[in-house]
Design a protein around this ligand. Structure first.
Ligand SMILES: NC(=O)C1=CN([C@@H]2O[C@H](COP(=O)(O)OP(=O)(O)OC[C@H]3O[C@@H](n4cnc5c(N)ncnc54)[C@H](O)[C@@H]3O)[C@@H](O)[C@H]2O)C=CC1
Ligand SMILES: O=C(O)CCC(=O)C(=O)O
Length: 453
């Protein structure tokens, strides 16, 4: 990775040599630092205060053993993580991921992205992320509960409503948050807003379930309006994933006049030319926790395709708007070329870092509107921060109040990103704008607080 600034080059080279095996983390850092070239050139005090070398190094990494008992009475062992990356603007905040692919590189990339995303929301939340290589697939409810309790038995020592507030991510939804919350309460004897994404009967916020997918569509709508003078109306939408983010992105895309025609899981994908049936998708994924073959079996208009390596999957379908909502690096350069050849207008990221650097370059070069994850999917964590506010005042807001605040935050992110990009002569660049706007607030707070971490 080559930088114009010798300061950025030195910091990145040092980071790379110390973390050579952490590919996802280095990828996330490289993308942010590239955007910061003009900021570093214009602000020499960043180097004097060591801001870049501090911001790429987590304040604290916690790694722990999670031992739990399966349904056969056999002890199983997993590895747990919490990376408390940056607390300059608020308590650490970010989700927990349960997936066999979880390792320190994945959690560090997610925690690093979270710093800038959380800053973009304009709310007082720092950056953190955690999880485990535990695989929830095929586990009974009781196994999930015993794992979550074991995980929280260690995590409890490091978190708190004013210290670090975890939430869901891949493999962690309402069921898992409930089990973890119950265990935290049992250990601490405290009823407090230590997790977000809680159930509505015990302190959760209305609209948190919908927030990431809805927020993604609000962001996309505003970016389309500002940069292309158009909107979702009458557009064909390709969505990947079939989890929390994908489901509610599909639902909101319909409400805004679009037609979502695809979704996917780790084993295959659906093309439904009549439009995805959201109620059926929710039944298959949220209630039955089944594979998409069940969707296809119940829906005559749907085509089911097995996932095959090297094929484009949902990105082979002709669409106007593409919303990757599954996982990191799921949209590569070949997929981007396919989308471009099919005339895509906009790609906005619901998942974290779903597009490879080469894909982003190809899309931007072809003039496709590109909305980066840390801006486009910030609606989830923003609404988590609204859940924290409601917990602090021990009140509940209506769905409409929360949704209105979410819309305001997402449209604000588009405009703050465009303003930050324009300040450095990068008009219309939503990637640079998001990185710069997110960074500037955190850097200011770090300088104001002296050499605290
Ligand atoms: N849940 C939230 O509030 C937020 C989630 N995100 C990101 O959105 C993405 C999806 O998360 P959720 O919908 O919450 O998770 P989820 O667990 O509800 O669903 C995950 C989806 O991704 C698919 N998936 C996971 N790993 C995959 C793989 N290796 N290959 C293909 N498909 C895979 C799953 O089949 C499923 O459809 C993740 O990147 C997550 O970090 C970002 C912001 C907030
Ligand atoms: O709601 C939260 O605190 C976390 C959401 C999250 O993990 C993310 O934004 O990637």
């Amino acid at each position: 990775m080559k930088f114009e600034s010798s300061y950025l080059q030195r910091v990145y080279d040092g980071l790379e040599s110390r973390n050579a095996e952490q590919k996802e983390f280095l990828q996330a850092v490289a993308e942010v630092l590239e955007s910061l070239e003009p900021v570093v050139a214009a602000n020499p005090e960043l180097e004097r205060w060591g801001i870049i070398e501090r911001i790429v190094e987590p304040e604290r990494i916690i790694q722990f053993r999670v031992s739990w008992v399966d349904d056969n009475g056999k002890v199983q062992v997993n590895r747990g993580y919490r990376v408390q990356f940056n607390s300059a603007i608020g308590p650490y905040k970010g989700g927990l991921r349960l997936h066999p692919s979880v390792n320190l590189s994945v959690i560090k990339f997610l925690g690093f992205e979270q710093i800038f995303k959380n800053s973009l929301t304009t709310l007082p939340i720092g950056g953190g992320k955690g999880g485990s290589d535990f695989d929830p697939k095929g586990k009974s409810d009781m196994e999930i509960m015993r794992f979550c309790q074991a995980f929280m038995t260690e995590l409890e020592k490091h978190i708190g409503a004013d210290t670090d507030v975890p939430a869901g991510d891949i493999g962690v939804g309402g069921r898992e948050i409930g089990f973890m919350y119950g265990q935290y309460k049992r250990l601490r004897n405290e009823f407090t807003g230590v997790l977000t994404g809680k159930g509505l009967t015990y302190g959760g916020s209305l609209a948190r379930t919908e927030a990431t997918g809805y927020g993604l569509c609000y962001y996309t709508q505003e970016a389309l309006k500002s940069l292309r003078n158009t909107d979702f109306n009458g557009k064909t939408v390709a969505v990947s994933g079939a989890g929390n983010v994908a489901i509610y992105a599909i639902q909101k895309a319909y409400q805004l006049g679009g037609k979502p025609v695809t979704c996917s899981d780790s084993t295959g994908w659906i093309y439904d030319p009549e439009g995805i049936d959201v109620d059926l998708l929710k039944e298959v994924k949220e209630v039955k926790r089944a594979r998409l073959t069940e969707y296809a079996a119940a829906r005559p208009s749907a085509e089911y395709h097995e996932k095959k390596n090297g094929e484009h999957g949902v990105w082979s379908v002709k669409c106007d708007i593409a919303l990757p909502c599954a996982t990191q690096n799921e949209l590569d350069e070949n997929d981007a070329k396919m989308l471009i050849d099919n005339g895509v207008l906009a790609v906005c990221e619901g998942a974290n870092m779903p597009s490879t650097p080469a894909a982003i370059e190809a899309l931007k070069k072809a003039g496709v509107l590109f909305g980066p994850a840390k801006a486009a999917n910030a609606g989830g964590v923003a609404t988590s921060a609204l859940e924290m506010s409601q917990n602090s005042e021990r009140l509940h807001w209506t769905f409409e109040e929360v949704d209105e605040k979410l819309q305001h935050i997402m449209t604000g992110i588009v405009h703050n990103s465009l303003d930050a990009a324009a300040k450095y002569g990068l008009d219309g660049d939503l990637v640079a704008g998001a990185n710069i706007a997110g960074f500037e607030k955190v850097a200011d707070a770090m300088i104001a607080q002296g050499v605290a971490y």
